[in-house]
Design a protein. Structure first.
Length: 263
């Protein structure tokens, strides 16, 4: 009777958490999320260690098989991608940027997507002279005519998922103003990434004492973009009704401007 009683004690102990088999657990079988949010592998946390784990004060604790289980992973618990980082676009990375932008502009006016460029569907691509001109402008130093600066958002895999760029006005005597362009990959829209990219461009312009204004043009029906610019402080400078006719649609064009230096 003693031997069966011993095994019964072990089995009951496993269910109530008082005992643990000494054999190494199967990979992932005992991994679970504790109430405090810590990822534990066959572990029982005391109340004090539970609070410490929730506050991120515990680096690692021993698992049942003697390994070290990390508490407080830097990856969000909902498994969303990590927040992209914003960096200035370098010419050596232009091929990857051109590939991203070509994919991005393919969404223009597509089914379920807003029209964000006054371009017909058949012309929604970024290649040839468009890409070559953008690339050449990155080498021009402001305030020389034709300059351009760009910033990109890089995901955890260093994949480009958004951009913002400032460029010189083509007209003369406008060196104190620049034009804004930007876009966000379809999977990152409405995530706050557009605001971060816009902030990077604005901060660059504010640091240039010769730059007084950022101008932009936006399709008036692209309400999400208009709201983004308004939150950043841009104000309307004029609306041209029926400015373009794109694939049979009448398109209104809204000009907006932001002062970047105290006047």
């Amino acid at each position: 009777m003693l031997l069966p009683l011993f095994f019964m004690t072990k089995i009951i102990g496993l269910f109530v958490g008082q005992e643990r088999w000494n054999a190494p657990p199967l990979v992932g079988r005992h991994c679970r999320r504790h109430a405090c949010g810590a990822l534990v592998c066959g572990l029982r946390l005391s109340p004090r260690r539970c609070v410490a784990a929730a506050a991120g004060r515990l680096g690692s604790v021993g698992a049942a098989d003697g390994s070290r289980a990390r508490l407080g992973s830097t990856r969000p618990q909902d498994n969303r991608p990590m927040t992209p980082r914003i960096v200035e676009l370098q010419t050596r990375d232009f091929s990857a940027f051109a590939e991203y932008l070509n994919d991005h502009i393919s969404d223009n006016g597509a089914e379920g997507q807003p029209l964000f460029q006054p371009i017909a569907r058949i012309d929604c691509h970024f290649a040839g002279e468009k890409a070559a001109g953008f690339r050449r402008a990155l080498d021009v130093v402001p305030p020389n005519p034709g300059w351009r600066r760009a910033w990109v958002a890089l995901s955890g895999e260093d994949r480009i998922v958004g951009h913002a760029d400032l460029r010189a006005h083509p007209a003369p005597c406008m060196e104190h103003r620049c034009l804004l362009g930007m876009g966000v990959h379809r999977q990152w829209r409405r995530s706050g990434l557009g605001q971060r990219l816009l902030n990077a461009a604005i901060e660059w312009a504010q640091a240039d004492q010769q730059m007084a204004w950022i101008d932009l043009q936006v399709i008036a029906s692209n309400h999400a973009a208009v709201r983004l610019y308004e939150r950043a402080g841009f104000t309307g400078a004029g609306l041209v009704q029926d400015c373009f006719r794109v694939d049979g649609r009448q398109v209104d064009y809204l000009s907006m401007a932001l002062p970047v230096q105290a006047r």
